[in-house]
Design a protein around this ligand. Structure first.
Ligand code: UGA
Length: 430
């Protein structure tokens, strides 16, 4: 039995919240999970998991006894000294992060509490937000709540491994004791714990995502140059990656980065800089290169097929990357719209994202498997590098496709094998 304030609270049971809650339970904590979405909480109580993340259902099942689900904030407040906020901060019209939900939670925190609490910010919030929240808490006479910034570095699809075996843990605080208490939650981990002030912790998160996005746009531009001069970007990336100062990670050229983090955070950092009077030129280019990269596939298709009007294009993969059903800012959405805009028929298959795809990519014929998607098509575009696409049934595909063209948007297939099966193959920068 846990003592009254021994549990850890998580407010916002979205992607980051649920993974954080589950992993904290795995580390031996009792966790109180709170979300205002009553249906989601009811489903979680029944063991139904609202997101696709490998290993998550099993880990929740394993730690079920240590996880409580609720829709009421006072329940968190009465049981947890430490509570995390893990609420979505989507981009606003201007590219700033939308903090309304975060501030709504702070406004709703129960007053008149004599016990000490620590609000830990997991959501990605603009630099300066922590200090704003501290001021707001003081105005609400909630000075007994300390504020700690503890950004997340989870990748969808490998979030559990990233949480339990992180490269680093970043903790930003004003009050040393509160910072140490949050650090203690991670004491079983081997990773370095970087303790710093709140704005620095907030900046580490944005700078990390922006740097990774910059690496991707950089290699995508190198790929585009490789196409002009007959070099192979996959080998270039390998050659660069051996240099430990560069590293091999995030040098995979493709049809652009997507997801709920990079596009939003890069834009938000550009906006943060702009709001403080600094024009972040490099990030402007990173964003523009990414937008153009998604569209380049259309030109590749036209090069081989001429006008795309009345042509049928099959997209393999819709999710913004493998091992997730997330379609937010996925390259597939931009690509599908461009193809439809050019008068093409678009068919698509994704191993897990189909249920969510109907709304995201309107006008696309969604198919239940690879062969139904490619049947009668003039070209296939591999959009997401799902493992199941590593071994495409090329012989059968050849029989049922109208033209034999494969555009490999992730440099995932073996060009020789595809060509040997009688297809025209085009990758990105190779
Ligand atoms: C990203 C970061 O990697 C995490 O560290 C961070 O915590 C997270 O954002 C977040 O801020 O919450 P995620 O969006 O899940 O994680 O996905 P990534 O694996 O980073 O991939 C992002 C996009 O970049 C994908 O569309 C992927 O296809 C693309 N990508 C990635 C490339 O085009 N090339 C690469 O070499 C790597």
């Amino acid at each position: 039995m846990t003592s009254k304030m021994d549990s850890v609270g998580i407010i916002g049971i979205g992607y980051v919240g649920l993974v954080t809650a589950t992993c904290l339970a795995e580390l031996g904590n009792h966790v109180v999970c709170m979300d205002i979405d009553a249906e989601k909480i009811a489903n979680l109580q029944q063991g139904q998991i609202p997101i696709y993340e490998p290993g998550l259902p099993e880990l929740i099942q394993k730690n079920r006894e240590r996880m409580t689900f609720t829709t009421t904030l006072p329940e968190v407040f009465s049981q947890c000294e430490i509570f995390f906020i893990a609420i979505d901060t989507p981009p606003t019209f201007t590219g700033d992060a939308d903090l309304r939900s975060v501030f709504a939670v702070v406004s709703a925190l129960p007053g008149l509490s004599n016990s000490h609490h620590i609000l830990v910010m997991k959501s990605t919030v603009p630099v300066g937000t922590g200090l704003k929240i501290i001021t707001k808490l003081a105005r609400q006479k909630l000075d007994k709540i300390d504020y700690v910034s503890n950004p997340e570095f989870l990748r969808e699809g490998s979030a559990i491994g990233d949480f339990l075996n992180p490269d680093r843990i970043v903790i930003g605080f004003r009050d040393q004791e509160s910072g140490e208490k949050v650090a203690a939650l991670y004491r079983k981990m081997k990773a370095p714990i970087l303790k710093t002030n709140i704005p620095t912790a907030e900046m580490i998160k944005y700078a990390s995502n922006a740097f990774l996005a910059t690496k991707i746009s950089f290699i995508n531009e190198i790929a585009n140059v490789c196409e002009e001069i007959g070099a192979d970007v996959t080998v270039v990336a390998k050659g660069m990656g051996y240099d430990q100062r560069i590293g091999r990670h995030f040098l995979n050229a493709g049809i652009g980065f997507g997801g709920s983090c990079f596009p939003k955070d890069v834009t938000a950092l550009k906006q943060i800089a702009g709001n403080s009077g600094y024009h972040f030129q490099l990030l402007t280019a990173v964003i523009e290169v990414n937008e153009l990269q998604k569209r380049r596939v259309v030109n590749k298709l036209k090069k081989h097929l001429g006008s795309l009007s009345d042509k049928t294009i099959a997209l393999l993969g819709l999710a913004f990357k493998p091992n997730t059903n997330d379609l937010r800012e996925a390259s597939s959405i931009v690509l599908a719209s461009r193809l439809l805009g050019d008068g093409a028929y678009v068919k698509a298959y994704d191993p897990v994202a189909l249920p969510d795809a109907a709304r995201a990519v309107r006008g696309v014929l969604l198919c239940d498997d690879v062969l139904s998607a490619v049947e009668g098509s003039d070209a296939v575009v591999l959009v997401t590098e799902w493992e199941e696409f590593a071994d495409l049934p090329l012989e059968k595909m050849k029989q049922i496709m109208r033209h034999h063209l494969i555009i490999d948007g992730r440099n995932f297939l073996d060009p020789e094998k595809v060509r040997a099966a009688g297809f025209t193959y085009e990758g990105i920068g190779r």
